[in-house]
Write a protein of this length. Structure first.
Length: 173
């Protein structure tokens, strides 16, 4: 069985109460999920979205947290091997506002806020972690068979029944 020696350490940063909707922040965050840190910074820096600079600031903060914690705890973390592990936009509180409407009325609307969370982790190879791969003896290994293709089933033509027209009130009189 494969055995993992230690848990992958994650370094995170948050930006709370940002004045934008979570949907708009998710558009930027979804583009950088799983990317290496350098590539993610370039992507966010040149993004045309309003949330680009905010996400870039949070990502840089997560990288700084990784370097700081590694120096404090004496960990050997290579910043070049960091990747964006999670990038989440959670909904924050909503501000209720009122807009004047015609004839003395008022319309209510809500200003949304977002909490942005970015976590980076170091990408390691399975041999560096110390995982043991199970060995399969050559005698017991079975050759894989190519998957047989099934012929596509033909669909029968569905005939539309004639739609009965119901008489209207004018036609009845």
């Amino acid at each position: 069985m494969a055995k993992i020696a230690d848990k992958v350490q994650e370094f995170r940063a948050e930006a709370k109460f940002q004045r934008s909707s979570p949907q708009k922040a998710r558009l930027v965050l979804d583009t950088i999920k799983g990317m290496r840190v350098e590539q993610a910074l370039n992507t966010v820096h040149f993004s045309s979205k309003k949330m680009g600079p905010v996400v870039e600031k949070v990502l840089r903060s997560a990288i700084q947290n990784a370097t700081y914690v590694s120096q404090e705890q004496g960990l050997d973390i290579d910043v070049d091997n960091l990747y964006v592990r999670t990038a989440v936009a959670n909904e924050g509180p909503r501000m209720k506002r009122i807009r004047p409407a015609p004839m003395g009325r008022a319309f209510r609307y809500q200003r949304r806020m977002v909490h942005i969370l970015v976590a980076v982790a170091e990408k390691r190879s399975p041999t560096a972690v110390g995982a043991i791969e199970p060995e399969v003896p050559a005698a017991k290994a079975k050759p894989s068979k190519p998957a047989a293709k099934k012929a596509a089933a033909k669909k029968s033509a569905i005939k539309k029944s004639a739609v009965k027209k119901t008489p209207t009130k004018k036609e009845v009189k």
